[in-house]
Ligand binder design. Structure first.
Ligand code: SAM
Length: 264
């Protein structure tokens, strides 16, 4: 998430009521044209996430919550046959436009991740890997996370993998303005699903405030377990030695996590 100017709005925390999916969809629609990875986040996706996903040449990959297709395009460039699933029309249109220009053979389908099994075009297909790039922490309500992982795993071959990149479940707070973070933790507590409001600066100078949810470590692990997936690796991503000066906070504290799970 491009969170150059990010903050926790303490007036909105803790907030127990969940946003309805429709509202979240509108939020992503609204920022479809300006959404980009930035800073350390871009480093993480393009280096660490791609490395963790591993060899993709001639592999069938499902990009779940594909957004504008940034990840799908990287994987396609590395030789994968990619299928993106996305709910937001704005995001999907942007991804399709890029595909028209680049002709990488990426297929995109509009669907809620709760309904992957209803996409007729891929009903008979299985994939080697399913990836969630900055998606699981957005699943709302949180109870749907295990159902979505289960549906995703049904589309993966036995021995295949589900790989999910998210803000770190425990240390994400530290990524945001420190004082308000402390307030939020004190008032909301780690276990509350407090909503972090992030202000994103669009290229045209306008600002969009998006709701960004916090999920706990237990929620991630239990959702994978409930979906029948075996976690084989939990990576905590810190900045490498050569980026120590550029990203001192990220060097000391892991702001991102990658869960690698296997379909048994
Ligand atoms: C932070 S963006 C990440 C986009 C892309 N994966 C990336 O890394 O650039 C989260 C995306 O997940 C999508 N999303 C969230 N919940 C979804 C759901 N239940 N069904 C389909 N898409 C969903 C949003 O519409 C949004 O495009």
């Amino acid at each position: 998430m491009p969170s150059e100017k990010s903050f926790i709005d303490t007036n909105s925390v803790p907030q127990k009521s969940e946003m309805v999916s429709e509202q979240i969809e509108k939020q992503w629609d609204k920022m479809a044209s300006s959404y980009e990875w930035s800073g350390f986040e871009k480093e993480v996706v393009e280096k660490e996430f791609v490395k963790t996903i591993g060899e993709v040449q001639n592999k069938k990959i499902l990009d779940l919550g594909s957004g504008p297709g940034n990840m799908a395009r990287i994987l396609a460039k590395n030789g994968a046959s990619v299928t993106g699933i996305e709910r937001s029309e704005g995001m999907l249109n942007r991804a399709k436009k890029e595909e028209e220009a680049l002709s990488q053979g990426i297929r995109y389908f509009q669907s809620d991740l709760m309904k992957i099994d209803e996409i007729s075009e891929i009903k008979e297909e299985l994939f080697e890997k399913g990836i969630f790039s900055f998606v699981l922490h957005n699943i709302d309500p949180v109870e749907n996370m295990s159902e979505i992982l289960k549906k995703a795993s049904e589309k993966i071959i036995k021995g295949g993998q589900i790989i999910a990149l998210d803000p770190h479940a425990v240390t994400e707070y530290m990524h945001h303005t420190k004082d308000t973070t402390r307030e939020a933790v004190k008032e909301g507590g780690y276990k509350e699903h407090f909503q972090i409001k992030i202000t994103l600066n669009s290229q045209d100078g306008s600002k969009t405030i998006i709701q960004h949810k916090h999920r706990t470590l237990g929620e991630y692990i239990n959702a994978f377990a409930k979906a029948g997936l075996r976690i084989v690796e939990f990576r905590e991503i810190t900045a490498p030695e050569e980026l120590k000066n550029e990203y001192p906070d990220e060097y000391k504290t892991p702001f991102f996590q990658i869960i690698v799970a296997e379909k048994m």
